[in-house]
Design a protein around this ligand. Structure first.
Ligand code: DC
Length: 204
């Protein structure tokens, strides 16, 4: 059985947690596609050419423990604007979406480019300030030296770059369900997402 759920949205909108919990609820596999771009970005920070890094990405690159920093996030966003980098990473993501047993993919272009035929498409947002506050708490909780202002600035720069690029920009698919999590806690957002996916899944 193939069943694909596409979850897109700007940085720190809660896509990661939402995707993991939706996948666990339905027994689907989950792919955080941002991690692929972060792994590419981390190798570029290490001195490699972005296209070469994307073409030779390995499973162990995704397991690095230094991918969740603002520096790597910015490098990822810069690499992600290069069409050749994206092209090198498309096949893996498409194959993942088509796997037997169901798949949840989260990112920026899943519903528009990677999986336009997804069974369910969600676009998850929250206000800039709320996303920045959540990301600030996450990063400072891990002991990273960050400020609220710095995290907010970082998110805005990244979102603008991700939205304005020519190659597969961050955008909601025309048929995506929007979930604004500004006034929701994570459990409420997960309940909305599971209910939306469940309505389609039960008909299959
Ligand atoms: O989801 P994230 O914050 O870990 O993603 C890091 C960067 O990777 C993001 O700023 C843009 C890029 N990205 C992308 O262009 N397309 C995706 N499907 C996922 C991430």
């Amino acid at each position: 059985m193939m069943f694909a759920v596409a979850i897109d949205g700007p940085a720190a909108a809660g896509k990661g947690t939402l995707s993991k919990r939706v996948a666990a609820h339905f027994g689907f596999a989950h792919l955080d596609t941002g991690l692929i771009y972060r792994a590419t970005g981390a190798r570029v920070l290490g001195g490699e050419n972005p296209v070469d890094a994307a073409k030779t990405l390995r499973a162990e690159d995704l397991a690095r423990d230094d991918l969740r920093t603002t520096e790597v996030a910015q490098a990822a966003s810069k690499c992600a604007a290069i069409a050749e980098v994206r092209a090198a990473l498309v096949a893996f993501q498409k194959d993942f979406a088509a796997r037997d047993g169901g798949a949840v993919l989260d990112g920026r272009d899943i519903g528009t480019v990677i999986c336009p035929q997804a069974d369910v498409k969600l676009f998850v947002t929250a206000s800039d300030e709320i996303r920045a506050e959540r990301r600030f708490l996450e990063l400072s909780g891990k002991g990273q030296e960050v400020t609220r202002e710095g995290v907010l600035k970082d998110l805005r720069i990244r979102d603008q770059r991700d939205r304005d690029r020519e190659a597969a920009p961050l955008a909601a698919a025309a048929d995506a369900d929007l979930i604004d999590t500004s006034d929701m806690d994570i459990d409420e957002a997960v309940a909305v997402a599971i209910s939306t996916v469940g309505k389609v899944f039960r008909r299959r």
